[in-house]
Design a protein around this ligand. Sequence first.
Ligand SMILES: NC(=O)c1ccc[n+]([C@@H]2O[C@H](COP(=O)([O-])OP(=O)(O)OC[C@H]3O[C@@H](n4cnc5c(N)ncnc54)[C@H](O)[C@@H]3O)[C@@H](O)[C@H]2O)c1
Length: 256
Amino acid sequence: MSDSKQLGLSTDLSGQIAMVTGASQGLGKACAERLAGCGATVICVARNAAKLGDTVSAIESAGGQAVALPCDVGSRESVQALFAEVDSKYGKLDILVNNAGITRDTLLPRMTDEQWDDVIQTNLTSCFLFCREASKMMMSARYGRIINMSSVSGLIGNPGQTNYSASKAGMIGLTRSLARELGKRKITINAVAPGFIASDMTDALGDDMLKEVKKRIPANRLGQADDVAAAVVFLASAGASYITGQVLTVDGGMTC
Ligand SMILES: NC(=O)c1ccc[n+]([C@@H]2O[C@H](COP(=O)([O-])OP(=O)(O)OC[C@H]3O[C@@H](n4cnc5c(N)ncnc54)[C@H](O)[C@@H]3O)[C@@H](O)[C@H]2O)c1
């Protein structure tokens, strides 16, 4: 059974070209795999070519189509070169998932300029660069779906993450404004805000800490990468055509 049928939604993305940044691991890899499982050809973007190759191999072994295009998402030159290649190879981009992101956590009085700049450049400036290039292609096609990976830290803040929270809140502002610019052209742009998602980092938390974390989550469990990928696929699907400028929180109810 295809992923679209398992979801119980009309998520057939056959013939569509999707791009996922940060697709070498974690949430980005899960999104790339899900989108490919629904029939899209997925352009997998990150810096590490070898790890991107693993994502592409996983997609191809499952019968999907994907290509790896390494790129530093914070570099204007790299992003422009990437989109020139996509334009000449495919001539269109239907779905963009801006997922690449980093953290450089520390309390504000100790935060260096470099920690601030790195996080804003990689998380927020990259989102601007990708949205700018993608929106040009999508405007001429009069179709597009953009999904920006924000975070609950961008909604409610988190101590030690002023840089990260500012970048993720910035992505939400960008999403809402761009939705107003592009709405008439059948281009939707939404944000997904994951909460605590199981990862190498959460695995290292220890049982006592995990128990405390779960107490704050009504669903009483950590999220899985696939919980987030399912939300992304929904926003990319035909059924989400009247949803734009929204933030879909995927946090087991933590911020409700
Ligand atoms: N994991 C969580 O619990 C969680 C919660 C909320 C939001 N998020 C957001 O989801 C996204 C993915 O998180 P994750 O946990 O899978 O992260 P991760 O660290 O596992 O993966 C990040 C990806 O981004 C890529 N990347 C980082 N900097 C890059 C650059 N300059 N150029 C190109 N690629 C770059 C990495 O190569 C990697 O593929 C991030 O934006 C993160 O802020 C994650």
